[in-house]
Design a protein around this ligand. Sequence first.
Ligand code: NAD
Length: 359
Amino acid sequence: MAGSAVQEKRIGAEALKAVVREIFRAAGSNARECGLVADHLVEANLKGHDSHGVGMIPAYAASLAAGDLVLNATPRIVQDIGGTMVLDGGLGLGQSTAHDAMALGIERVRETGSAIVALRNSHHIGRIGHWAEQCAREGLVSIHFVNVISEPVVAPFGGKLPRLVTNPISIGIPRLKAEPVIVDFATSKLAHGKIRVAYNKGVQVPDGTLIDADGHPTNDPAAMFEAPTGAILPFGEHKGWTLAFACEALAGALTGGLAMKGPSSRKAIINNMLSIILSPDAMGTQASYLSELEEFVRWAQLPSSGEAPSVLLPGDPERAMKTQRLAEGIPVDGNTWAQILASGVSMGVSEATLEALAI
Ligand code: NAD
């Protein structure tokens, strides 16, 4: 049985950011880190990815308690040759280490025309599209492969046992006088956090998402949270598995981080990311890139005669959700809010303080 639904709260984005800042301030983050983690988590909620929003705070609190999350860490440069940089995140808060890694990469693109940034050994870096957006704001195209070192929860295509995690990929594509296209997805059928959200809400997951401990299909998210646990399937059958494999190779092995090779010794979620950041200017194609892209968008979205436009671009659903949630507030289910309060207490803030901020 999935967990039962309890009453949902609606919290404004600024109030929710204040909650996150207060929790991390009490835990020991400096003001800059509090701002980065609050902006990132609440932006994930605003964009509809509650799996990577404030609901991650309990997991971060557990990592902190276990010594698997280091506050106020700066990525250490391990290797720096031409356009290639290898950085060690030192188990730092990913919202800060990945921000710093992208800033270094963007600076390098200005000097050399392109950059490859390998960030290894970082604590959870959240919604990967956030990093593509950071590059796109500078007019840069970026490609991000990420692997996850944690308890294995995803079965390879053809397998029944969990062997890897939800390895995400993101691609940021700036446009001419329009918001960037942001491709951003887990290579599993559903992000693990979305199964947690379904479990907390007491709802079922779609067909083809999960197998139980015996390898049989199930829709009950409890299959991932109550023993004996099953596994999440890759999206798109063999195709999702091939991309998940590429993440292990590029983000795990090639960065010098870790690839999955057995049960993780840590409970924490560790991410490794390989980012490729490109300047259309340096390629000499800035003008044609932008105009070709707009032509393609026009063509792709052209409806059949008499029909209303129906084709969205990657990134559109998140922007629409953000507009709605800025107006209506962010829904936080009762179980998740109770977990956030408990984590806040464990990190040094009273429930009363957090309740007062969340109005
Ligand atoms: P998802 O299945 O919701 O897919 C999102 C992508 O599909 C976005 O690019 C979105 O714009 C696009 N999209 C959705 N509907 C569309 C439509 N109708 N037309 C065009 N494009 C459309 O995402 P997900 O797999 O659930 O991943 C959720 C988040 O979890 C992502 O931000 C991902 O980075 C994050 N994640 C992080 C980790 C980690 O370890 N840090 C691991 C897994 C996932």
